[in-house]
Design a protein around this ligand. Structure first.
Ligand SMILES: [Zn+2]
Length: 88
């Protein structure tokens, strides 16, 4: 049984303003999470055992990729902003 609610527990809620089509949980070998340009997010279940901080970080990272496909300056600015908000 996967603890999917851990990813979206109420205290983790921050509105990134993107549209998610699907969320998948499956084992990945090279990374913890990925996203497709079509709005599908995939998370590795190992993430569920990580700290809340790391989970939030990973979720935010992938959500922001739906807005910024690369790791450019805007991506990092937005990531910092939402990271700050999610800790507020
Ligand atoms: Zn990335």
């Amino acid at each position: 049984m996967l603890k999917t609610e851990s990813i979206n527990s109420p205290e983790d809620k921050v509105d990134v303003g993107v549209q998610i089509k699907e969320i998948h949980i499956r084992r990945m070998t090279k990374k913890w999470a990925s996203c497709s340009s079509k709005g599908r997010l995939t998370f590795d279940p190992v993430l569920l055992d990580e700290s809340k901080k790391k989970r939030t970080e990973a979720v935010l990272h992938e959500l922001l990729h739906l807005r910024y496909p690369n790791h450019g300056k805007m991506f990092h600015l937005a990531l910092n902003e939402y990271r700050r908000k999610s800790n507020a």
